[in-house]
Structure formats: structure tokens, C-alpha cells
Ligand binder design. Structure first.
Ligand code: FAD
Ligand code: SF4
Ligand code: SF4
Length: 482
């Protein structure tokens, strides 16, 4: 039965059912079940249909949230899907993994007196249903265009751009050095947050729509950027950031101290059925180990929760600030705590201890001092309060930096920022190289999937304008005469 809106005073916030922690730590399946139809409608109907919807303003894609909530409540799900898909290329992915508590839901105005509308869960429900019922179609253009576009990187940024450009009718070629499509959606983010089949479904749709994928193709090794520029009318670079940050500490050379992406990639590959010798020989497997994860962001949360599922003896997370100052999503911290992770707040590693292999971590206790330029309180060491924690596997999740893409691509003239990210024109999304655009983490630095989608869509629109302007210039009488 269709629901009326503004139910927030009478209907309490309810997320889809969450599997109990003791059950979910035994596998890598997603932790939330799907909403039943009635519950989705009722939760959507909590929305107060704000005149100025702050949820929409704070969604990087400016999704038309109030309208698709209303359509869901009214049992007009196909229209809700059409509206949601008009601004978001992968709503079922964002509904699962956006940090909603910092974006749309964190800015839902009814949160002030009542808990926020469960926007992400409804968004996921709408598109999961659309996929099941066959409403999601491959990107089929109205007419084909001769010009081809090269996209380097099959992460969410590159894929969102591929979808838009294919709908315009371009011959779209996506190059990626991995053997699978999805970038961090597949090899970074664990299955319990995003099941890999969801990404594979999107790959199938893009392929059916005519997008060509060139996998295990590394630009810089298999072709230079200059060669790709000769092949295509325009190029998009969406290669992400992959160089893990590190801290030089005594004992850093011991075995079993690993970078977060090495650890997560091995776990994701194992889950996908690949042979992973370093996992099988125990080096990248937390089973039976005392695990310490260093860092407080979402990558650290993915590592601790993966270690729990692999059967670690203990899992501790060291973070130098306190809970209130963690960069990670509050929801993720809560999931981790429920699953048995021990957070050692206000603590930082001082040295790795061991003999050949790590056996412990010497930990420096911290306190929060005066706020720094960013307004966050800076951690300061407390002398004489060090402690030693046992550790057989230390995982470093301290953030990511870009590779030197200019050197990698054999294009030293490509302009980079002082952080090593690619510099683009704010309006045209183009780099300093004519016809070469960039999007996603390689422009922003490590960010979010939803921002990569936004950037990919925006860059695709600008690439279309660029190619059409070039064509128009080539076909003017003056150009033909010259
Ligand atoms: P990527 O997803 O990194 O894709 C880049 C692609 O380019 C890769 O497939 C790579 O193989 C390819 N590539 C790189 N160099 C070359 C080359 N030379 N030639 C060919 N191909 C190349 N965000 C969220 O919103 N929610 C989360 O829960 C979340 N969890 C995360 C967990 C982890 C562990 C990590 C590391 C990140 C997480 N993020 C999360 C961030 C999010 O995954 C990224 O912001 C997003 O994937 C960036 O998209 P992208 O397309 O720019 O790059
Ligand atoms: Fe919220 Fe992300 Fe969906 Fe936007 S894309 S509505 S921020 S979950
Ligand atoms: Fe609805 Fe909340 Fe958005 Fe207002 S801010 S339109 S109540 S979801």
C-alpha cells in the first residue's frame, strides 16, 4: 500500500536488518539484508520533503533524494529508479558504501530531533530491485559516432565516464592494468561492504552496451600516453592513488609488516578464487595471529574487519587521536567494535620488535593538544607511558599518495600539483595536454567513490564538448580550405 510522507514523528528510523556480529564474522558476505517492500516504503515515507533539501546539497551527485523517496513511498519504483539513475551511474554501489553519516544522511534535517531518513539503504533497495526486474539497461546510444575515446583506469571514475560517453555514441576503450574491472571497488573494498558480483554486473552491462575493455594493459608499459593520444580523439586519466604512506620506525624491515593494499588485495583475490601464494603460505593471512592495524581511516576499518573474518587471535587498531577525531566513518567503527576489534585510542607505534619476523609493537601513548591550522587537536606524546603489544602481523593503513604519473606515462610535460596529483582546469577538466582529461582520486587525492563518479561524469561531458568543438573547427570552410 502506498505510504504518505512526513512520517518521521511516528515511524522510527530502521536500517535493513543487520546480520548478528557472531554470524557475519564467519564469512565475507554483506552485513545488511535487503529491505522488504513495506519497510522500504515506510522508511522512505519518513522524509519531510524539505523545501531546501540539505541531503541533496550534501550529496556530491546532488541526487534528487526527496523525489525518489516520495516515488518509493508511493510504490512507483521504476520511476524512482529512472530518477535516481539520472544523476548517479552506480546508485546500488553508493547506497552500500558512501559514508552517508558524513554526506546525505548526516545533513538530513529531521536528524535534529529524530534520526535521519535511511537514504543510502533506500537508494540501494531501488536499484537492486531495478536490476532484479531488468529495468537497468546497457548504455545504448541513439546513434554511433566514429570518434573513439581512451579511458585509462577502470575504477568508478573511469567507468562513470565510459557510461556517459558511450551513451553519446563514442567508441569507448577502457585500459586497466588489473585483470578485472572495478579498481578499488574490487581489489580494495572488501566483500562484506560490496559484493564483487555487483561490480561484475556493471561490467557486463557496459560491455553489452559496446564499451571495449583492455585488461592487464598498463599505460606506461604496454603503450605510452603519446601512443594513446594518437589512437583516440580524447583521453581520460582515472588511475587512482596507490602508493601507501609509511612511517620510518625502528624494526620496519621485519617480516610480516605489510601495507594495507597488499593485505586487502590478497584477501579480495582469495575471495574471488585466485591463487595467492603469499596468502596460502600464511604471510598475508591473519588466521591465528595477533594483528595490529595502524591508522584510523576507512582503509584501517576494512583491514581490522578482514582480519577478524580470517580468524585472527586478536585484532587491535592503533590510532593516535581519540574516537571523536577519527577520520573513518562512525558506522564502520561501530561495525568493527561489534565484531570484536579492540581500539587502542591515543596511541601510535614507536618501534616494531622481533627477530627476523615481527613479534610485538612498542606503543607510544598520546594526548590531544591545541587545535592545529585545520582546527583538529594535534596529538602529543606522553613520556614514560609506553607499552608493548604482542603482534604477528602489522598492517599499515596510513593513507595513499599518487605515483609519479608523468614519469610513468612517459610524459614529463604533464602538469602535476605539489601533492603529485594531476592538475586540471577546474571548468574544462582538461590537463595541460590538449585533449587529455583527468578525474577521480588521481586529481583529488584519496577520496570517495561518489566523488570519482561525479568527476567521471563531469569530465565525460567536457570531453564530449571538446571533441564536438574540434570536429566543428575541422569542418568549417576555412579549415577545409587550409
Ligand atoms: P580507482 O578505483 O583506484 O581505479 C583506478 C584504476 O586505474 C585501477 O583499476 C588501476 O588498476 C588503474 N590504473 C592505475 N594505473 C594504471 C596504468 N598505468 N595503466 C592502466 N590502468 C591503471 N570510498 C567510499 O566511498 N566508500 C568506501 O567504503 C571506501 N572504502 C575504501 C576502502 C579502501 C581499502 C580503499 C583503498 C579506498 C576506499 N574508498 C572508499 C575510496 C574509493 O575506493 C576511491 O576513492 C575510488 O575507488 C577512486 O576511484 P578512481 O576511479 O579514481 O580510482
Ligand atoms: Fe547519499 Fe551517496 Fe547516495 Fe548521494 S550517492 S544520496 S551521498 S548514498
Ligand atoms: Fe527528506 Fe531529510 Fe532530505 Fe529533508 S533532508 S528532504 S527530510 S531526506
Amino acid at each position: 500500500m502506498p505510504e504518505r510522507m512526513l512520517k518521521f514523528t511516528r515511524v522510527v528510523q530502521e536500517m535493513p536488518d543487520k546480520r548478528p556480529a557472531n554470524e557475519r564474522v564467519d564469512d565475507f558476505g554483506e552485513i545488511y539484508r535487503e529491505y522488504a517492500v513495506e519497510k522500504a516504503q515506510l522508511q522512505a515515507a519518513r522524509c519531510s520533503q524539505c523545501g531546501i533539501p540539505f541531503c541533496q546539497i550534501h550529496c556530491p551527485l546532488h541526487n534528487n533524494i526527496p523525489d525518489w523517496l516520495k516515488l518509493t513511498a508511493e510504490d512507483r519504483l521504476q520511476e524512482a529508479y529512472e530518477l535516481s539513475a539520472a544523476t548517479n551511474t552506480f546508485p546500488e554501489i553508493c547506497g552500500r558504501i558512501c559514508p552517508q553519516d558524513r554526506l546525505c544522511e548526516g545533513n538530513c534535517v529531521i536528524e535534529k530531533g529524530f534520526e535521519a531518513v535511511t537514504i543510502g539503504s533506500v537508494e540501494k533497495y531501488i536499484t537492486d530491485t531495478a536490476l532484479q526486474r531488468g529495468w537497468v539497461k546497457p548504455p545504448r546510444p541513439l546513434r554511433e559516432r566514429e570518434q573513439s575515446i581512451g579511458i585509462v583506469g577502470a575504477g568508478p571514475g573511469g567507468l562513470a565516464a565510459a557510461d556517459v560517453l558511450r551513451r553519446y555514441g563514442y567508441q569507448v576503450h577502457v585500459y586497466d592494468r588489473y585483470d578485472r574491472v572495478g579498481g578499488l571497488l574490487v581489489y580494495g573494498i572488501p566483500n562484506f561492504k560490496l559484493e564483487k558480483e555487483i561490480v561484475a554486473t556493471r561490467q557486463r552491462l557496459l560491455k553489452e552496451g559496446g564499451v571495449t575493455f583492455h585488461l592487464e594493459f598498463e599505460v606506461g608499459r604496454d603503450a605510452s600516453l603519446a601512443e594513446l593520444r594518437r589512437r583516440h580523439a580524447a583521453i581520460l586519466i582515472a588511475t587512482g592513488v596507490y602508493v601507501g604512506r609509511d612511517a620510518a620506525l625502528p624494526g620496519a624491515g621485519l617480516d610480516n609488516i605489510v601495507m594495507a593494499m597488499t593485505y586487502l588485495t590478497a584477501s579480495n583475490r582469495k575471495g574471488l578464487g585466485d591463487e595467492v601464494p603469499e596468502f596460502d603460505n600464511g604471510n598475508l593471512n591473519a588466521a591465528g595471529k595477533h594483528v595490529i592495524v595502524i591508522g584510523g581511516g576507512d582503509t584501517a576499518m576494512d583491514c581490522v574487519r578482514t582480519a577478524v573474518r580470517q580468524g585472527a587471535k586478536t585484532v587491535k587498531c592503533l590510532y593516535r587521536r581519540d574516537r571523536a577525531n577519527m577520520p573513518g566513518s562512525f558506522r564502520e567503527v561501530q561495525h568493527a567494535e561489534e565484531e570484536g576489534v579492540d581500539f587502542v585510542w591515543l596511541s601510535a607505534p614507536k618501534a616494531y620488535l622481533g627477530n627476523g619476523r615481527i613479534e610485538g609493537v612498542r606503543v607510544q601513548r598520546m594526548r590531544l593538544g591545541m587545535p592545529d591550522a585545520s582546527g583538529r587537536q594535534s596529538p602529543e606524546p606522553i613520556q614514560g607511558r609506553d607499552l608493548t603489544l604482542p603482534c604477528d602481523l602489522a598492517i599499515k593503513a596510513l593513507g595513499f599518495d599518487p605515483e609519479d604519473v608523468a614519469a610513468l606515462f612517459g610524459t614529463p610535460e604533464l602538469a602535476l600539483t605539489s601533492w603529485g596529483t594531476i592538475e586540471i582546469d577546474f571548468k574544462t577538466k582538461m590537463t595541460n595536454l590538449d585533449g587529455v582529461f583527468a578525474a577521480g582520486d588521481i586529481v583529488r587525492g584519496a577520496s570517495l567513490v561518489v566523488w570519482a563518479i561525479r568527476d567521471g561524469r563531469d569530465a565525460a561531458e567536457e570531453m564530449h564538448k571538446y571533441v564536438q568543438a574540434r570536429l566543428a573547427a575541422e569542418t568549417t570552410p576555412l579549415a577545409r580550405a587550409s
